[in-house]
Design a protein around this ligand. Structure first.
Ligand SMILES: C[S@@+](CC[C@H](N)C(=O)[O-])C[C@H]1O[C@@H](n2cnc3c(N)ncnc32)[C@H](O)[C@@H]1O
Ligand SMILES: [Zn+2]
Length: 661
C-alpha cells in the first residue's frame, strides 16, 4: 500500500519506467521556488512581456520537466537540455511557463489557451527578433508618440520656472456628503523622508480647501473619515463620467536643475488638460464595439461604479496616448506589431485612472499601485495619472517597460540564469547552451528531427486538434477553481489589443469556455470543462510513458471534489504527488484564503485495465499547515481515483475530509 506517513515522503514506488513516478527533488525545488516567488518576473523576464494572472514559478516547472529526461545525468537542475526529441503539451498555458521551460531543455512544445492574450504573449516571447532591430523600431515609435503627446505633459519647475516634464498627477475623488461634495484621498502623506520629514498634500492646501474653476471642495483623508464616521454618510457620484469624478491635486515632475518636484497644478497645467480634452474630441476610436464592460464576476465591480465602457477608465491624455499608439503600430513593419502592441497594452496597467499612489516610502519614489495589484479592480481615492512618455525609466513608463520586458528579457533568453545555493548565499549561474527561444511550426509533422519548435494556438482544449498518442507529456497548471477570473479580468486589455491587432487572434471568443467557477452556483462548470480537457489529454498521451502532470492548490473541498470528478471521468490514476512552495504569503490572491503557500504536483497516468490501485486512505488531514494539507489532499485524491466512486460519493467524501466550508 502507498501512503505518505508523518507528512514525509516515505513510500515504495510502483515499478515504472518513468522517473517522476518515483522521484522528484522536492527539497531543492521547494527552496528555489521560495526565492523565486518573491520576484518571479526578475527571475524569468522573458515570460513576462504582458500581464497575466496566477503564474507559477519557473523553477518548479523546470524541476518537473528535468525529471522527464530519459538520461539520468541530464535530470540535474543546472545541466542544460535533456528533453530533445520529446513533445510536451500545455493545454492551458496562461503565462506559458511550461513552454518556456521545456523549450530551454530542447523539447518541441505545443501550447493552447482559450484566451487570446496568452497566445499572443507566448508567440511574441518565443520568437527571435534581433534586439537591435527592436530598439530601432521602439525608438522610432517613441519619438512619434513623444512629439504628439509630451506637449500635454509639459509643465514648469516651481523653483526656477524652467520647462519640465510631468511624471504623474495625483487626483482626489469627489464624493457626496449630505448635500455637498468633498474630495477624498487615500492619505495626505506624499513622501516620508528617512529623517522624519514629511511632504503632504497639506503643504499645497493648508486650509484643506481645493478650488478648481468656480467650485471649492473640502479635502478629506479616507482613513480619518472612517474614524469619524463620515464614511457612512458619503456616496459616490455614479451619474457622471468616471474621469470627471477626479480632481487634480498634486503634480510630480522633474526639473533638469532641481530634480523631482511636487507642486499644485497651476493655470497652465490645467490648460494642458483642457487642450487634451479638445484633442480627444477630434480623434478616432473604434466606437463602442467591444469596449462595453460585460457582465462578469469582476467586471460587475466596474458596472456597479457606473463604468460601462472601458474608455471610461482613461483620462483624456491617456486616450490620446492610446489613439496615437494605434496609429503608429499600424505604421510599424508587420513583424514588429505583435510585441509593440503587447507592450502598449501591458502599459495600461500603469496608465489608467484605476492606478493608485504608493510613493509614500522614500525608497520607492513615484511607485504606482497598478490596476491589478489585487487580482481584481480596486478603486483608489487618490488616482494617479502617469506620463507614459516620461523620459526617465520610472514606474510604468514606456521606456522602462521596453528596457525590462523587451531588452532585458531578450538578453536573458540567450543566456538564461538560475540561482544556486553556494552554502553561504544564492549565486547566479548561467546555463550555458540553453536558449529560451524557438521556431514556430504550424503542424506536428514539422517537429520531425527538430528541437525547440513550437505550435501555439488559441483553442478551447475541450477538443485538442491533435492525433491520438502524439504527446509524450502534458505539463500544465489548470485554473484554481474559482480563484482567478482570467477571462473576465482580461477584457481590460483585450478590447485594446483587439483594436491594435485585429487579425492576430479570434477576438470573438466565449469567456464561458473558460474552466473557472464564477460563483457557488456553477461550481460544476469547472469540473465539467476540466473533465473534457483531461479526456482529451488521455487520448493524446503516448503509451506507456505518457503522463499528465500539473500543479494544484485550494483550501475548499468543492475545489478538490471537482478536480477529482474530472480526473476520474477521464480515467486517470495518480502515480505520485509532491509538494513545493508556491506563493509567498503576502501574495494577494491567497491572502483572504489563509496562507496556502504550497502547490501539490500531481503525476497521473492514463488508466489501463491492468493497473492496480496503490493508495491508502488517509485517516485525517492537518488543516493548520499548508504543506501537510497539500500532502493529505494528494493522498486522498490518489485513493479516490483508485476506487470507482460516483460523483455524489466523491463530493461527500471530500466534504467529510476537509471540513472547512
Ligand atoms: C492557472 S492559468 C495557467 C498559468 C500558467 N501555468 C503560468 O504559469 O502562467 C490557467 C489558464 O487556463 C486557461 N483556460 C481556462 N479554460 C480553458 C480552456 N477551456 N481551454 C484552454 N485554456 C483554458 C485560462 O485562460 C488560463 O490562462
Ligand atoms: Zn528647476
Amino acid at each position: 500500500m502507498f501512503s505518505f506517513s508523518n507528512a514525509e515522503r516515505k513510500f515504495v514506488a510502483p515499478p515504472s519506467e518513468v522517473a517522476i513516478d518515483s522521484f522528484f527533488p522536492e527539497e531543492t525545488a521547494d527552496k528555489l521556488a521560495q526565492i523565486e516567488s518573491y520576484n518571479k518576473h526578475l527571475f524569468r523576464p522573458n515570460t513576462y512581456l504582458h500581464k497575466w494572472w496566477a503564474r507559477r514559478s519557473g523553477v518548479t516547472f523546470r524541476s518537473i520537466l528535468k525529471q522527464l529526461s530519459s538520461e539520468p545525468a541530464l535530470r540535474d537542475f543546472y545541466t542544460p537540455g535533456g528533453l530533445e526529441g520529446l513533445t510536451i503539451l500545455d493545454p492551458m498555458m496562461g503565462g506559458a511557463t511550461t513552454l518556456h521551460e521545456a523549450i530551454r531543455l530542447g523539447a518541441n512544445v505545443i501550447g493552447y489557451d482559450v484566451d487570446p492574450i496568452p497566445v499572443l504573449q507566448a508567440r511574441a516571447t518565443l520568437t527571435e527578433i534581433s534586439l537591435q532591430e527592436k530598439r530601432a523600431v521602439f525608438n522610432e515609435f517613441f519619438e512619434k508618440l513623444d512629439k504628439n503627446l509630451s506637449l500635454y505633459f509639459e509643465t514648469s519647475c516651481p523653483n526656477c520656472h524652467e520647462k519640465s516634464d510631468m511624471q504623474f498627477m495625483l487626483y482626489g475623488l469627489r464624493r457626496k456628503i449630505d448635500k455637498d461634495e468633498a474630495l477624498f484621498v487615500d492619505s495626505f502623506t506624499l513622501r516620508a523622508e528617512t529623517n522624519g520629514d514629511k511632504k503632504t498634500i497639506l503643504d499645497f492646501y493648508p486650509s484643506l480647501e481645493v478650488t478648481l474653476g468656480n467650485r471649492t471642495w473640502l479635502l478629506i483623508d479616507k482613513d480619518e473619515a472612517k474614524k469619524s464616521g463620515i464614511n457612512d454618510k458619503h456616496s459616490e457620484l455614479l451619474g457622471i463620467p468616471f474621469m470627471d469624478r477626479y480632481v487634480p491635486l498634486v503634480m510630480v515632475g522633474k526639473c533638469a536643475h532641481h530634480g523631482q518636484f511636487f507642486k499644485a497644478p497651476d493655470h497652465k497645467d490645467i490648460q494642458n488638460m483642457v487642450a487634451a480634452s479638445t484633442r480627444v474630441a477630434s480623434l478616432t476610436f473604434p466606437g463602442d464595439n467591444g469596449f462595453g464592460v460585460p457582465q462578469g464576476p469582476k467586471s460587475n465591480d466596474l458596472i456597479a461604479r457606473g463604468v460601462t465602457y472601458f474608455f471610461d477608465l482613461f483620462s483624456h491624455r491617456q486616450r490620446i496616448y492610446l489613439s496615437e499608439a494605434k496609429r503608429y503600430i499600424d505604421e510599424t513593419a508587420p513583424e514588429h506589431r505583435l510585441w509593440l502592441a503587447l507592450l502598449v497594452s501591458t502599459s495600461l496597467e500603469f496608465n489608467s485612472l484605476l492606478c493608485g499612489y504608493k510613493g509614500v516610502d522614500q525608497r520607492r519614489p513615484g511607485a504606482i499601485r497598478h490596476v491589478f495589484s489585487h487580482h481584481a479592480y480596486s478603486f483608489p481615492c487618490t488616482a494617479l495619472e502617469n506620463n507614459p512618455v516620461f523620459k526617465d525609466r520610472t514606474s510604468g513608463t514606456l521606456r522602462n517597460l521596453f528596457e525590462k520586458r523587451i531588452i532585458n528579457a531578450g538578453l536573458w533568453a540567450k543566456g538564461p540564469i538560475e540561482r544556486r545555493w553556494s552554502g553561504v548565499r544564492w549565486e547566479k549561474v548561467m546555463i550555458e547552451g540553453e536558449l529560451d527561444l524557438g521556431q514556430e511550426c504550424q503542424s506536428l509533422d514539422e517537429f520531425t528531427d527538430k528541437t525547440r519548435s513550437f505550435i501555439i494556438r488559441q483553442n478551447d482544449s475541450s477538443v485538442l486538434p491533435l492525433p491520438d498518442h502524439a504527446i509524450d507529456y502534458v505539463v500544465t497548471d489548470p485554473p484554481y477553481f474559482d480563484n482567478v477570473q482570467y477571462s473576465d479580468l482580461s477584457h481590460f486589455f483585450r478590447c485594446w489589443l483587439h483594436w491594435f491587432l485585429p487579425d492576430q487572434a479570434n477576438w470573438q471568443y466565449q469567456p464561458l469556455l473558460s474552466a473557472v467557477a464564477e460563483s457557488r452556483e456553477n461550481e460544476s462548470k469547472f469540473g465539467g470543462i476540466l473533465a473534457k480537457i483531461w479526456q482529451e489529454c488521455h487520448r493524446v498521451l503516448a503509451r506507456p510513458h505518457g503522463r499528465l502532470i500539473f500543479t494544484y492548490h485550494h483550501w475548499r473541498a468543492a475545489a478538490w471534489a471537482q478536480l477529482t470528478i474530472a480526473l476520474a471521468g477521464a480515467r486517470f490514476r495518480l502515480m505520485n504527488g509532491y509538494v513545493v512552495h508556491s506563493e509567498n504569503p503576502i501574495s494577494v490572491h491567497i491572502r483572504s484564503l489563509r496562507a496556502l503557500k504550497h502547490d501539490a504536483i500531481l503525476v497521473l497516468k492514463p488508466f489501463d485495465a491492468d493497473d492496480t490501485g496503490h493508495w491508502e486512505k488517509p485517516v485525517s488531514i492537518k488543516m493548520d499547515d499548508s504543506a501537510s494539507f497539500c500532502r493529505g489532499c494528494t493522498q486522498y485524491l490518489g485513493w479516490i481515483l483508485d476506487n470507482d466512486f460516483d460523483h455524489d460519493t466523491i463530493c461527500h467524501l471530500w466534504k467529510d475530509f476537509i471540513r472547512s466550508e
